[in-house]
Design a protein. Structure first.
Length: 234
């Protein structure tokens, strides 16, 4: 399985360091073989010595080596930490930060060219979901416009917007239906995200075609993230 934690705008340099240490200790002590990704804030990125199955990634970056992009970081800043993983297309960047599909594809292609592992997020709104499964799939495929779905370092995260941060994840049958439809065309690992927590991980991990999870709120405390990893195996 793949377990990814997205800190969003939480944690500081100090608390990220503590988090990484505790998570690493847990992974070693429990002999966890899954791939674990941590996406801290840009200010908390670092050159951490990590086990081979643990990766730090960036939540966002501008598709340029450097330049006049106020408030952004580029490849030069990421390279300083030797990081090779990026999250692209998260719904909060699509909606709150107004990133267009065209710009998202530009980012994707830039970081693909630079050989990054890309966790690429897609997800429909409540309004679209309410129109039914066909509408949801049509919308989800449109979020792959300009994206190379055969890229060998791609991981796709399906995160229905209405399930993010709400405490209520999508229903097992719905996740199953969406992931199996994506699987028809996509060979890359498929993650589910949206209110994953220690109490529902077992069910989600058991979904056919679900190769892992992307977790926000329920992973902010390292103990809870460890419990999610542990409970997936019970
Ligand atoms: P959540 O966030 O776990 O808080 O729902 C998931 C995400 O946005 O990646």
């Amino acid at each position: 399985m793949i377990f990814a934690t997205n800190f969003k705008t939480h944690h500081t340099r100090v608390s990220t360091k503590e988090y990484m240490k505790k998570l690493q200790d847990f992974i070693i002590k429990e002999n966890i073989k899954d791939d674990i990704f941590v996406f801290p804030t840009s200010t908390s990125l670092g050159n951490f010595k990590l086990p081979s199955n643990m990766f730090m990634g960036v939540q966002n970056a501008y598709p340029a080596i450097n330049g006049s992009y106020t408030g952004e970081i580029g490849l030069e800043q990421i390279n300083e930490f030797d990081l090779k993983t990026i999250l692209i297309g998260h719904s909060e960047r699509r909606t709150i930060l107004k990133e267009s599909q065209e710009f998202i594809a530009q980012k994707f292609n830039y970081f693909k060219k630079n050989n990054f592992k890309i966790i690429y997020c897609i997800g429909e709104s409540k309004e679209i979901r309410d129109e039914g499964f066909e509408s949801a799939m049509e919308y989800l495929w449109s979020e792959f416009d300009g994206i190379d779905i055969s890229y060998d370092k791609l991981i796709v995260a399906y995160e229905p917007i209405w399930a993010i941060g709400t405490g209520a994840s999508a229903k097992k049958e719905d996740i199953e239906q969406i992931l199996s439809s994506l699987r028809v065309k996509i060979e890359a690992p498929l993650l589910y995200g949206g209110s994953v927590k220690s109490s529902n991980i077992k069910e989600i991990a058991g979904i056919k075609d679900c190769d892992g999870v992307l977790v926000g709120s329920a992973s902010l405390k390292v103990e809870n993230f460890c419990e999610i990893i542990k409970n997936s195996k019970k």
